[in-house]
Design a binder for this molecule. Structure first.
Ligand code: B4P
Length: 191
């Protein structure tokens, strides 16, 4: 089983690259952003709670996302491996993920971290906001708040995996195909 984390700030291309990586490597894609948006569109109690945080550019509470990931792991017992996209986003989430994977006698193989400048992130998210209908993409103040949450709470997650020598930085600017090849090279070296 090969499990990887695709890491990076909001708008760094995690969702975009995940779609391509799961096809090439046959991994199960677990995106907490997609899972939360699905809860919102179905107007569940969890979705309504999450929306309050997401609309302000804040992270959803740890216990909510950890519970969602735990269920998703249980629902996919035969997976060849998992691609975690947008999770873990806090040190508490990282520790919880390690424990969940340990129970399944597996672990994270590598964290691939996409490196993109803040100005490029804002440009990409505002562009997506023109068509996505996502309320967290069409307001520059909310986008900046998401980047601040990333700097304050999420960046430290890379330090957590650095102690186990599992982090690889990958260039996140350039064409989607160029970035994809950079990611594949790192995976092929480890798989
Ligand atoms: P996510 O859904 O994870 O959203 P994201 O970080 O904005 O998206 P992503 O990084 O995948 O977008 P992509 O770059 O692919 O999270 C949304 C919210 O959910 C969070 O703010 C938080 O509130 C909540 N949440 C999610 N997970 C959580 C967790 N674990 N804990 C707590 N809260 C959580 O794409 C961006 C744009 O760039 C696209 O339009 C794309 O087309 C474009 N793009 C991609 N690659 C490009 C390239 N190479 N060149 C030009 N444009 C490119």
């Amino acid at each position: 089983m090969f499990n990887l984390i695709l890491f990076g700030p909001p708008g760094s291309g995690k969702g975009t690259q995940s779609e391509k990586l799961i096809v090439r490597y046959g991994l199960k894609h677990l995106s907490t952003g997609d899972l939360l948006r699905s809860e919102i569109s179905r107007q569940t109690a969890l979705g309504m709670e999450a929306k309050n945080f997401m609309d302000k550019g804040q992270l959803v509470p740890d216990e909510v996302v950890i519970g969602m990931i735990s269920s998703a792991l249980d629902e996919n017992p035969g997976a060849k491996g998992f691609l975690f996209d947008g999770f873990p986003r806090t040190s508490a989430q990282a520790e919880a993920l390690d424990k969940l994977l340990d129970l399944k006698k597996t672990a994270i193989g590598v964290m691939l971290a996409l490196d993109v400048s803040e100005e490029e992130l804002v440009k990409r998210l505002l562009k997506r906001g023109e068509t996505s209908g996502r309320t967290d993409d069409n307001n520059e103040l909310v986008i900046r708040a998401r980047i601040t949450e990333y700097r304050n709470k999420t960046e430290a997650v890379a330090d957590y995996y650095r102690q186990f020598d599992k982090v690889v930085m990958v260039k996140g600017e350039g064409s989607i195909d160029e970035i994809f090849e950079g990611l594949c090279k790192e995976i092929d070296n480890r798989i």
